[in-house]
Design a protein around this ligand. Structure first.
Ligand code: ZN
Length: 330
């Protein structure tokens, strides 16, 4: 069994003719879509556009990455597992092995990342804003890519979970299929709404966000959130990711002849600073305002009490707020 890892970031090779996952040379036709076919079909995405960081647009259907036949099979396996889980709705997601969900999310996130790196109007791999010039970003992408190799090479993550993944049940106002996604490349944040399930994930934090947000998560876990509450929760996770300082490193444990899998160990750089920068309500309010855009709630409204920003998730005592009706302060 071939246990060699591939790393396109060493030479920043994102050729149309190198398999995204293993680097094998492929022909023009050997491509897969970033968003799986079944997902596009279910939510009628193919013709819809998503916007990249440089404001250029690409349709979900056109967004493709080169992929060799072998990796196509392993990606298809990953897809099938998640597709089967989604058919059972929320329970399906909750039962799904976290590693399987992580790898599935990782492949989509990576596809978007590659599109960002190559986007025509302002490619991030051009010298003037190359990720190669930003050692911290490069280190993040390399660590992340090394984790994603677990899609094609059997890898055991020894004693760590690479990501924080929150599965949030949503109250849905209609029965129409509903799909949303959001990402933030620099903080490795990714969220997807599939009908009444919202997945909010940090794909490279070794579970630190989950730990940091445990006090909030404990109060809301299992509750069906209204969209305004789910947006607030997502804002908290995205803001916490922005405060997160560390970049985990991964190492392959020494192999013995006959090994059929790799074992990764992790090292989180020993702590010269703090794991998280301090939470500042006025910066958080700016993040929250963006997530609450559909409700037209302004920063000023959020910060009426600067020590206790407006929350539809928790009450003044820090307990889950069961929203029957609510008012946005004037
Ligand atoms: Zn391949």
């Amino acid at each position: 069994m071939d246990l060699r890892l591939y790393d396109p970031f060493i030479n920043m090779t994102f050729s149309e003719h190198a398999c995204f996952l293993c680097g094998t040379i492929v022909n023009d036709a050997e491509k897969i879509t970033v968003f799986p076919g079944w997902l596009q079909k279910r939510y009628d995405l193919a013709g819809k556009n998503l916007m990249l960081l440089d404001q250029s647009t690409v349709s979900f259907g056109e967004m493709k990455i080169p992929c060799c036949p072998n990796c196509e099979k392993t990606v298809a396996n990953s897809d099938e597992k998640v597709q089967a889980a989604t058919e059972k709705g929320l329970a399906g997601f909750q039962e799904l092995e976290e590693k399987a969900l992580f790898l599935w999310l990782a492949k989509i996130f990576y596809g978007i990342l590659v599109a960002e790196l190559k986007s025509e109007r302002a490619p991030l791999i051009k010298p003037e804003h190359s990720v190669g010039e930003n050692p911290k970003m490069l280190q993040k992408f390399q660590s992340f890519f090394m984790l994603m190799q677990a899609l094609r090479v059997p890898v055991e993550f020894d004693d760590f979970t690479p990501a924080s993944i929150f599965i949030v049940p949503l109250k849905q106002e209609s029965n129409e299929p509903e799909f949303n996604y959001r990402d933030d490349i620099t903080t490795m944040m990714f969220s997807l709404q599939l009908d009444n399930v919202l997945i909010v994930a940090n794909l490279l934090d070794n579970g630190f966000l989950r730990k940091a947000l445990t006090p909030v998560w404990r109060k809301i876990e299992g509750q069906e959130l209204y969209p305004i509450q789910a947006a607030e929760f997502a804002a908290r996770v995205y803001y916490a990711a922005y405060l997160f300082n560390l970049v985990p490193d991964y190492f392959v444990r020494a192999q013995k002849p006959g090994d059929t899998q790799l074992i990764y160990d992790t090292l989180v750089d020993d702590i010269t600073g703090s794991i998280f920068n301090p939470w500042e309500n006025d910066v958080y309010a700016t993040a929250l305002e963006k997530f609450w855009m559909p409700w037209h709630i302004t920063r000023e409204q959020i910060l009426q009490n600067p020590d206790f920003p407006l929350s539809f998730l928790l009450d003044e005592n820090g307990w889950f707020r069961k929203l029957e009706s609510w008012e946005i302060p004037a």
